[in-house]
Design a protein around this ligand. Sequence first.
Ligand code: FPP
Length: 253
Amino acid sequence: MSRKPKTNKKHLPSHLAIIMDGNGRWAKKKGYVRSIGHKNGVDALREITTACAEIGIKFLTVYAFSTENWNRPKSEVKALMTLLVSSLKKELKTLMKNDVRLSAIGDISLLPAKCRRELLEVMDMTKDNQRMVLSLALSYSSRVEMVQCMKKIGQKLLENQISISDIDEALVRNNLFTFGMPDPDLLIRTGGEQRVSNYLLWQIAYCELYFSEKLWPEFTREDLMIALEDFEQRERRFGKTSEQIAQEEETLP
Ligand code: FPP
């Protein structure tokens, strides 16, 4: 049963990032093949996306397929790509109903043509939705993202569009896949492992980390609320002192 979120809007993350881990273990525990775990993972993603849109989170970015995942057994990669196509088709209605814009980060040129086509089509159909941006990290690697960013900046230098002194954090930010998005405030990883697995490494510099023992298919709206309540208790200092933060909060309108 879901309960009313206690989350105070002032401390709600603007950008929530999730590593949806544990689909395979969930399936094994239940005696199913791994692909059934991914299928149930899509159900969990629908529930969490809807909850995030309802409570006012503006950006939700989920790790759906890493560059390293291409090395999984061929049959699992194929099952995941098939699931991506069928889910995109099926979820369009929910995305429209919740006013959610679909976006993607990663090297989507590596996706099978059918997946890419379906993805671009749903991205286009939802492009005017305003309530929240759901970004799927697909064929994503943070290190590849950074290398691509360096190449783009190098190219601009070579073409004399910029000089060395123009290279700053804003320029790097604007040449990452996530340009235009705020950095994540909270990263949730399910499945009991405590690592960041090449996910949004530049962007999570000041992000709060939350690790859940729950396997992704069993992660519910209630678990999300518990994570958000935990986030609400944290003091984010961004290198400042507690006293400075308290003073800044007092002067907030
Ligand atoms: C990690 O679990 C999960 C993935 C590699 C895929 C995540 C994908 C989904 C939740 C569904 C697909 C999403 C879309 C948008 C179609 P794992 O397989 O590594 O689990 P394990 O650690 O228990 O083996």
